[in-house]
Design a protein around this ligand. Structure first.
Ligand SMILES: Cc1cc2nc3c(=O)[nH]c(=O)nc-3n(C[C@H](O)[C@H](O)[C@H](O)COP(=O)(O)OP(=O)(O)OC[C@H]3O[C@@H](n4cnc5c(N)ncnc54)[C@H](O)[C@@H]3O)c2cc1C
Length: 375
């Protein structure tokens, strides 16, 4: 058994670090761009005149970072060489996502909206696996370059974990489908040209078969954004939408009639391993900062780090990070070896979320989430 990271991956992390220092950090520091990362960030990122959606300046800055990363050959790391990628692996993505998040908040990686210079471009992944020839022709280039995306509509106001009980229905009408229902938490629907809507087209509530995914244009008659949800007293880009007799052609079906649940599960499996890795990176960042602080802060004339009551929780946290890292690497490796449907992500996702929340509670007072912001 060899716990060392593959040499090519280690070298790639160095290449990414050099790229960040050369092309991303200067952009982050240019003008007053740092307002998107320091104590003013919530206000700078929020367009209060548009109901609190992300501000256009903020999203333009993220787009420029993506453009630079794509031009340098990093943004599409996870995708096949035929699409401009590097044939990246799930293990590679997990290691990279942790590495980027461990650096703290910045233009290289922002966990609030999953922006990163190495794209977690799940829409492209799904398009390559499930798109029809005409859908691929329309979408692949834009998705690969991060120029356009579609939102994802599985969750409903009354159905989240129990998504197979969804009430949204689609019925055939001639060569078209007519969709009725509601979806919520549709992230990024404010900039998406389409929403990938999951609707029951056959089968009984609770059945895994009979759910169909449709690529629905957001400007279709009857498609309406009812509201954008607020979380932690701040507005978001997670939309609650309704569909009233929305008509789409048969060609809007994505991944086959009645086979939508497989599309959802593929999305979750690939997305959650990366989110878990990012959470681990954020947790490790907090530990690194805590250790640093404990060594330099000297109440009563001696470093905090000399007290066992400070040492013990930090050691415990680092141990938990190591355990989580092993679980993430093994799961990602398993996905690479045996396919994206071979591993359960549920436990890992929960552990990762728990780890970050717990980490922040355990950190000694004065230890901040970000070196820039103190947030
Ligand atoms: C920031 C954010 C972004 C999101 N983006 C999207 C998106 O883009 N598109 C989209 O479609 N959805 C999105 N979601 C929705 C997300 O997928 C759902 O929140 C998730 O599926 C859980 O559903 P729920 O919130 O309705 O919780 P519920 O299903 O109501 O569950 C509530 C709690 O009960 C627990 N629970 C449920 N059933 C059981 C059980 N049988 N046994 C024990 N415990 C149980 C759950 O684990 C959870 O803790 C987003 C959510 C958030 C918070």
């Amino acid at each position: 058994m060899d716990f060392n990271l593959p040499e090519d991956l280690r070298q790639y992390l160095e290449e990414l670090d050099e790229f960040i220092e050369r092309e991303i950090r200067p952009l982050e520091q240019a003008g007053d761009n740092i307002r998107f990362f320091d104590h003013r960030r919530e206000d700078a990122r929020t367009d209060w005149d548009r109901g609190g959606l992300p501000s256009r300046d903020w999203e333009a800055l993220l787009a420029e970072a993506r453009r630079r990363a794509d031009a340098a050959g990093h943004y599409r790391y996870a995708f096949p060489k035929a699409y401009g990628g590097r044939d990246g692996t799930n293990l590679g993505m997990a290691v990279i996502r942790e590495h980027l998040a461990r650096k703290g908040l910045g233009l290289h990686c922002d966990l609030q909206n999953e922006h990163a210079i190495v794209g977690n471009n799940v829409a492209l992944l799904l398009m390559l696996h499930y798109g029809s020839a005409s859908q691929k022709a329309e979408w692949v280039d834009d998705l690969a370059a991060g120029l356009r995306g579609f939102a994802f509509g599985i969750t409903e106001p009354q159905h989240g974990s129990d998504a197979t009980f969804m009430e949204t229905r689609a019925a055939r009408d001639g060569g078209d489908w007519v969709i009725n229902g509601e979806k919520t938490w549709n992230t990024g629907v404010h900039t998406a040209s389409h929403d990938l809507i999951f609707a029951r087209t056959s089968g009984t509530p609770g059945s895994g078969d009979g759910i169909t995914a449709f690529l629905v244009p957001v400007d279709a008659a009857g498609f309406r954004v009812e509201e954008y949800l607020w979380t932690f007293n701040m507005p978001t880009d997670h939309g609650h939408i309704s569909l009233a007799d929305v008509r789409v052609p048969d060609a809007a079906i994505f991944g086959g009639e009645g086979r939508g649940l497989g599309v959802v599960q593929h999305f979750f499996n690939e997305n959650r391993i990366r989110q878990a890795a990012s959470s681990l990176g954020a947790a490790q960042f907090c530990i690194d900062r805590s250790v640093q602080y404990a060594k330099t802060r000297t109440p009563f004339g001696k470093p905090l780090a000399s007290n066992q009551a400070i040492q013990f929780p930090l050691v415990e946290l680092q141990t938990q990070c190591e355990m989580l890292r092993a679980l993430i690497h093994k799961t990602a490796w398993g996905m690479d070896q045996f396919g994206p449907f071979s591993q359960s992500d549920k436990q890992m996702r929960r552990v990762a979320g728990y780890m970050f929340g717990y980490m922040k509670q355990q950190a000694p007072k004065g230890v901040t989430e970000s070196p820039v912001t103190g947030g």
